[in-house]
Design a binder for this molecule. Sequence first.
Ligand SMILES: *Cc1c(COP(=O)(O)O)cnc(C)c1O
Length: 354
Amino acid sequence: MTDTLDIKITKVNQSKLSTVNFDNLQFGKTFTDHMFTADYADGQWGNFQIVPYGDITFSPAMSSLHYGQTFFEGLKAFKHENGTVSIFRPDKNAERFNQSAERMCMPTLPVELFLESIATLVNLEKSWIPNQENSALYIRPFMFATDPFLGVAPSQTYKYMVLTCPVGAYFSKNLNVKIETEYSRASDGGYGFAKCAGNYGGAMYPSMLGLQQGFDQLIWTDAKDHQYIEEMGAANIMFLIDGKLITPTTRDTVLKGVTRDSVLTLAQQWGIPVEERRVSVSEIIEAAKNGKLTDAFGAGTAAGVASVIAITYSHQKYDLPNPENSEFTQKLSKTLLDIKYGRIADKNGWNLVV
Ligand SMILES: *Cc1c(COP(=O)(O)O)cnc(C)c1O
């Protein structure tokens, strides 16, 4: 990538890198030495800087704290065996970043600014990218309203920032999940498709109840009748039924996952029938009962392909076949990782080399 932005870089005096245990990374707890920041005021973005990672101060009246004008993205950079560094499909995240911004009545960010902020920061933090299998540099771009103003109205000023974290595998086991039929994550006409903070805050209470009942994740259903499946936790959900890959259509309650799109693309290229449509709870339970549901998994950047081992619905538990024996899920996980680590040809042009 060629630099076009004027980014002022202030480096740390002493890197923290040598203090980090890369064999025991907890997701999102370890930050690299630097972060990117930019400010929006008077209708435009400016003040592009990379500075040492650290605390920031704001007015306690800052509007994002009160009215939730804030959202984020999540993507990953990978280190190939030969030292090459690539970021997986950042153009898709740039697009979704602006879809979230528009829904939250916040300013969009020029795609080049999004890509360059990330590429420049990742380049600077190259030595932080782990090379263990399943490890990566997690990239967290986010934007928040900064007006010190308690009126309920869109802020006039905003901050855009990017943090980076070395991470290992997100889930270490197959998931025991429950189909949620009381609480909802998103509703028609709402903003479930946006990666805005409130969607995650609102999901924490039902998720905690699920955890107390022994479930690792919740499968969200439609807010109206709880008859259709939407997502799983903060990931898209996919089912392999009778050799067909089935997943809910994206809509205002279902986020347009980059992993979801990548999985569907690969499946199509492998000649596997793919169905994107509304998926009813009853057909999934029926397929689980008669053994036709061979695979179920969450698809997301943080977790990659997260396999489900059991689904509970109306207090009835349905066990699924062991995902370790699934040809499809194994091939899928492996192919996605092989592309990201540059071990096989990147035929779809998904890796942005920095
Ligand atoms: C981030 C996210 C996903 C997965 O999207 P990816 O682009 O694959 O990481 C799915 N659903 C929700 C609700 C999410 O927040």
